[in-house]
Design a protein around this ligand. Structure first.
Ligand code: TXA
Ligand code: MG
Length: 329
C-alpha cells in the first residue's frame, strides 16, 4: 500500500486542472468532483496507477472501475456502442449515467480496471471541473468513488480528505456535488439492464428506451455467483453506527435521518435530527444523503433511524444505498 504520501489539496481552476493532469500522467492518484460524488482518478491505461486505486481504497480487485471520458468520440475509442447504447448516450451524456458496453478491440484501458471482463463501464460526467481535468489529461480516467471501500461516498472534498489523506497525491476541491448519489449503471446487453440505480431515474431512461429496464438475472448482491455489477456488495455505503430503516419512532439515544415532515414519537429526545428534505423533494434528499449520514455518524448515536422514503425517481437509488448501509457487518 502507498501510504505516508503528502496529499496536496488545490482549489478547482485552471492551475488545479493542469496539476491534476500532470499528476495523472505521472501515474498518481487524483480525487476530483463530478456531479454525482467525488471520484478517485487514475490513468486508465496505467496498470500500476490502477493498482494503487485498489490499495488506497482497500477495494477488492475483482470489482471493476468506471472509465471517465470528456466526450462521445473518446467513449467510442474504448467501447462499442450499438444503436440503443448511442441513443442513451445522446440523451443523457454528459450526466449521471454509466453505460456498460463491449470493449473495443484495441481498448487501451488496463485489464485490471475492467477486472478482466470483455465489457467496460463508461461515463461522461457533467461537471466543469471533471471535464477540464479529462480534457487536460487527454486519456480515459478510471475513477471509483473517493472513499475507503465500503464507507459512505464523498460529496465534499473534506470527506475525501478524512478517508484518503496520506494515501493519494492530490485532491481538487470543487465544493459540494449537485446530485449526491453515484451514477445509474445500465448494461447495454440483449435487454438493457439496470445494474445499479443512481442519479438518473429509471423512469427517465425507460422513457427514452420506450421499454422497461430488465433486472439482473442473478441477485446483484449474491456472493456465490459472479455478480453483473460486482460493486453491488451487500454491505456498502456504511457509517459506523447501526442504521435502522422505515422508522416510525425514535428511541432514546438514536439520531434521526428525516424525510418530509418529521413529527415522529420520540423525536424530541433524539441525539440529533437532520432532514434530507423537509418538503419531501427526492432530488434534494439524494444530494444531502451521504453528507448527512457522515454528520450523524460523527455524533456516535446509538443508531441512526431513517424515515421511509418513496421508491420512485431518485428514491430508488436512495433506498438502495440505505439498505446497504443498514446491512450488519
Ligand atoms: O457516479 C459514479 O458512478 C462515481 C463517479 C466517481 O463517477 N463512480 C462510482 O464508481 O460510483 P464505483 O467504483 O464506486 O462503482 C462502479 C460500479 C461498480 O458497481 C462496478 O462493479 C461497476 O461499476 N462496473 C464497472 N465495470 C463494470 C462492468 N464491465 N460490468 C458491470 N459492472 C461494472
Ligand atoms: Mg463506491
Amino acid at each position: 500500500m502507498k501510504t505516508g504520501l503528502e496529499t496536496l489539496i488545490l482549489p478547482a481552476g485552471e492551475a488545479g486542472a493542469e496539476a491534476a493532469a500532470r499528476t495523472l500522467a505521472a501515474g498518481g492518484l487524483v480525487a476530483f468532483p463530478t456531479e454525482t460524488v467525488y471520484g478517485l482518478g487514475a490513468d486508465a491505461a496505467n496498470a500500476t496507477a490502477v493498482a494503487h486505486i485498489y490499495s488506497a481504497k482497500g477495494r477488492p480487485a475483482f470489482n471493476p472501475l468506471i472509465a471517465h471520458v470528456p466526450d462521445l468520440a473518446a467513449a467510442r475509442r474504448i467501447g462499442r456502442f450499438d444503436a440503443r447504447a448511442l441513443r442513451l448516450a445522446e440523451a443523457f451524456w454528459p450526466g449521471p449515467l454509466t453505460l456498460v458496453v463491449p470493449k473495443t478491440e484495441n481498448c487501451p484501458v488496463s485489464d485490471l480496471a475492467t477486472a478482466g471482463l470483455d465489457t467496460i463501464a463508461i461515463r461522461i460526467p457533467a461537471h466543469p471541473v471533471a471535464e477540464a481535468i479529462l480534457r487536460a489529461f487527454g486519456g480515459a480516467v478510471v475513477a471509483p468513488s473517493a472513499n475507503i471501500s465500503g464507507h459512505v461516498s464523498p460529496t465534499l472534498a473534506t470527506h475525501v480528505e478524512s478517508d484518503l489523506a496520506g494515501r493519494i497525491d492530490l485532491i481538487i476541491d470543487g465544493g459540494p456535488v449537485a446530485v449526491g448519489v453515484e451514477s445509474t449503471i445500465v448494461g447495454c446487453f440483449e435487454a438493457p439492464m439496470l445494474l445499479r440505480p443512481g442519479g438518473l431515474s429509471r423512469e427517465r431512461i425507460e422513457a427514452v428506451l420506450g421499454a422497461p429496464l430488465a433486472r439482473p438475472p442473478v441477485e446483484a448482491d449474491s456472493d456465490d455467483s459472479q455478480p453483473l455489477a460486482p460493486g453491488m456488495l451487500a454491505s456498502h455505503y456504511a457509517p459506523r453506527a447501526t442504521v435502522r430503516l422505515q422508522a416510525q419512532d425514535v428511541a432514546p439515544g438514536e439520531a434521526l435521518l428525516a424525510f418530509g415532515p418529521a413529527r415522529l414519537p420520540g423525536v424530541g429526545a433524539a441525539a440529533a435530527v437532520m432532514n434530507l428534505s423537509p418538503t419531501a423533494d427526492l432530488d434534494e434528499a439524494a444530494a444531502n444523503l451521504f453528507g448527512y449520514l457522515r454528520s450523524l455518524d460523527a455524533k456516535a448515536p446509538r443508531a441512526i433511524a431513517v424515515m421511509p422514503i418513496p421508491e420512485e425517481g431518485l428514491g430508488e437509488a436512495i433506498n438502495d444505498r440505505l439498505r446497504r448501509a443498514a446491512v450488519a457487518r
